[in-house]
Structure formats: structure tokens, C-alpha cells
Design a protein around this ligand. Structure first.
Ligand SMILES: Nc1nc2c(ncn2[C@@H]2O[C@H](COP(=O)(O)OP(=O)(O)OP(=O)(O)O)[C@@H](O)[C@H]2O)c(=O)[nH]1
Ligand SMILES: [Mg+2]
Length: 312
């Protein structure tokens, strides 16, 4: 059955794509089998992470960016991770009319993922979802996440280009700086530039970047008005420039190797743990060791060593 789904997905079937994504998100064995078969068909897509505070206009910007890429004849996959806004709940984009325009376009596929705390973690699930979309011939994959912390930093690891979105603030500190997510930005956007203080926010970001310069790539700071589609051409251009930079500087290769290592170790770790647990749960060894630690007869380090030895 998986073979059939994989064949249909490679053939461009949207329903096969949806079903395979469900398998992958839920950690089903079918998902895993499909991932094996799909891997050889991946490596083409450019993955863009868009992160920023709640309500900063990420979804609106993702929508207009997707349309911009469609005018450039590129197919687009959109992954919205854990959409929190009551407006966007169930629907990815704030603006429903634009949303419909996008969903009726066969060159666009939109997926909402409410799987924070998913098996294997948010980052690994997101990574698998982008792999499936890549195999489904999406040229551009945009992942939207709320910039809240460590999860986003890990999700950014999956992206080739990370766009961090800020909005004009009343205070003196930009939200993204506070959240500690500025470091992961390849491109900075001040959205809602139709509101006052957008220039001041851009200047603050600029000052901050000057203190933390990266060799080779100068992080552009762009102003956008997502609801009017303003600045989106410049954003798409900047993303494409970043892609070229990654390719010519060798960073794309480096990132691929980095990702390969991370995936291999994460999956091997999961596999080892599940093997150890299968034995230790069956023979009651796990409960015994837990009891011993709880009664303070055994320290957790020694217990962990014994848990693994018991398997061998
Ligand atoms: N004034 C103004 N409002 C905007 C702009 N972009 C988005 N908005 C509005 O800001 C609100 C939030 O937009 P969303 O796109 O849902 O923001 P989000 O960051 O995806 O929100 P969450 O997914 O809930 O974190 C909506 O009411 C948008 O219409 C902009 O450039 N200017
Ligand atoms: Mg959103």
C-alpha cells in the first residue's frame, strides 16, 4: 500500500501526499517506509523558515510570498507549525480570500501541523514533512513557526534560509532580540511597516547585527507591509540571493552534511532506545531499575548502564 502511495505522490497526486504526511506526522511505520522510498527523490527544494512573534504577520507574509513565487513559476509547499491564532486556527492564512486563491492553485500545497510534542520532537517531524514535500516536487517549501524558543532554533536547522520577522515596537528592545531568535536569521523583516516606528525598529536591528557579524553573508533588513504585498518582491529576491550564496560558498554542502549527521544520530538513537526498551519492558527490568532509583538504592547513572547492558 505504501508503494502505491509513494508512486502516486511522485506522480503529483495531492491526496496521496496528504495521506503520507499523516502517516509521517503520526509516526506510523508506513510513514517510515515511505520516507525510505522517497529519499532518492529529494534534495531539490529550497526550504525557507519563517519565524517571529505571534501576530507579527507571518501567515500573511507566507501567503504573499507564495503568490510571488507562483508568478516566478515555482511550486510551493507551506507548512504551518502549531498555528496559535484563533483566526488562523485550521486555516493557515489570516486572509481567507487569499487563502482560497492559493488552495485552488494546483502548484501550492498547504499543511497545518498541530503536533508540538510529537513523537521524535517537533524538529524531526517538521524535517520529515519537508522531505515528503520535496519529493512531491515542491520547488519552494515555507515553514511557519511562532518564534518562541528552542523548538524554533531546531526547526531553523531544517531550513536553508531562515527569515525572522519583527514588528515595529513601542519599547526599546525588539521582540526577536528578546526571544533570542535573531541569531538564526539569514534575513530580517520588519513587517507592518505601515505602522509608526518601523524605521526605528529597523535601525535597532541594524545596530544589533553590527555587533554580531557573520562572515560572508550580510543579513539584509527588509521592511514589508504583508497585507498590501509591499516588499515581497524584495523578500523573494533576498531569499534567492541567499540560496546562491549558500551554493557558491559551499555552505549548502556543509549544511547537508550537518543535517545528515544530525538525522543519522537522532534516528539511530531512537532505534537503540526502542530496542533496549522492548527488552527491558518485557522482562520487567525497566520497572525494577526505576524502583531502585526511587528508593535511592541505585543512582540513575549506574541504572542507565545496567539498562543498556541488560539488553546486550
Ligand atoms: N497593519 C498591518 N497589519 C498586518 C500586516 N501584516 C499582517 N497584518 C495583520 O496582523 C494580524 C496577524 O496576521 P497573521 O498573518 O495571522 O500573523 P501570524 O504571525 O501568522 O500570527 P500567528 O500565526 O497567530 O502567530 C492580521 O490581522 C493581519 O491582517 C501589515 O503589514 N500591516
Ligand atoms: Mg500564523
Amino acid at each position: 500500500m505504501t508503494d502505491d502511495l509513494v508512486a502516486r505522490l511522485l506522480d503529483g497526486d495531492k491526496r496521496a501526499l496528504s495521506r503520507l504526511l499523516s502517516f509521517v506526522e503520526n509516526g506510523y511505520p508506513e510513514g517510515r517506509e515511505a520516507m525510505k522510498a522517497l529519499f532518492g527523490h529529494t534534495g531539490h527544494a529550497h526550504i525557507i523558515g519563517m519565524t517571529g512573534p505571534t501576530g507579527s504577520g507571518k501567515s500573511t507574509l507566507v501567503g504573499v510570498l507564495a503568490r510571488e513565487y507562483r508568478t516566478r513559476d515555482r511550486t510551493v509547499g507551506i507548512v504551518a507549525v502549531d498555528p496559535t491564532s484563533p483566526f488562523s486556527h485550521g486555516a493557515v492564512l489570516g486572509d481567507r480570500i487569499r487563502m482560497q486563491e492559493l488552495t485552488s492553485d494546483p502548484g501550492v500545497f498547504i499543511r497545518s501541523m498541530a503536533t508540538r510534542g510529537a513523537l521524535g520532537g517537533l524538529a524531526s517531524t517538521t524535517s520529515d514533512v519537508t522531505t515528503v514535500l520535496d519529493a512531491a516536487h515542491k520547488d519552494i517549501i515555507i515553514v511557519e513557526t511562532v518564534g518562541a524558543g528552542q523548538d524554533e532554533v531546531e526547526v531553523a536547522d531544517t531550513a536553508h534560509t531562515t527569515v525572522v520577522i519583527s514588528v515595529p515596537g513601542a519599547g526599546d528592545e525588539v521582540q526577536a532580540i528578546k526571544a533570542g531568535i535573531l541569531e538564526i536569521a539569514d534575513i530580517l523583516v520588519v513587517n507592518k511597516a505601515d505602522q509608526p516606528r518601523a524605521d526605528i525598529t529597523a535601525q535597532q536591528l541594524h545596530a544589533y547585527l553590527n555587533l554580531n557579524r557573520d562572515e560572508g553573508w550580510e543579513v539584509p533588513i527588509l521592511k514589508t507591509v504583508a497585507i498590501r504585498g509591499r516588499g515581497v518582491v524584495e523578500l523573494a529576491d533576498a531569499i534567492d540571493r541567499h540560496r546562491s550564496f549558500l551554493e557558491t560558498s559551499g555552505r549548502l554542502e556543509e549544511a547537508r552534511r550537518h543535517r545528515a549527521r544530525r538525522q543519522l544520530l537522532a534516528l539511530a538513537g531512537e532505534e537503540l532506545l526502542s530496542r533496549v526498551l522492548a527488552t527491558a519492558e518485557a522482562n520487567g527490568r525497566l520497572d525494577e531499575l526505576v524502583e531502585s532509583i526511587a528508593k535511592r538504592e541505585l543512582d540513575p547513572h549506574t541504572a542507565a548502564e545496567r539498562l543498556i547492558q541488560a539488553d546486550g
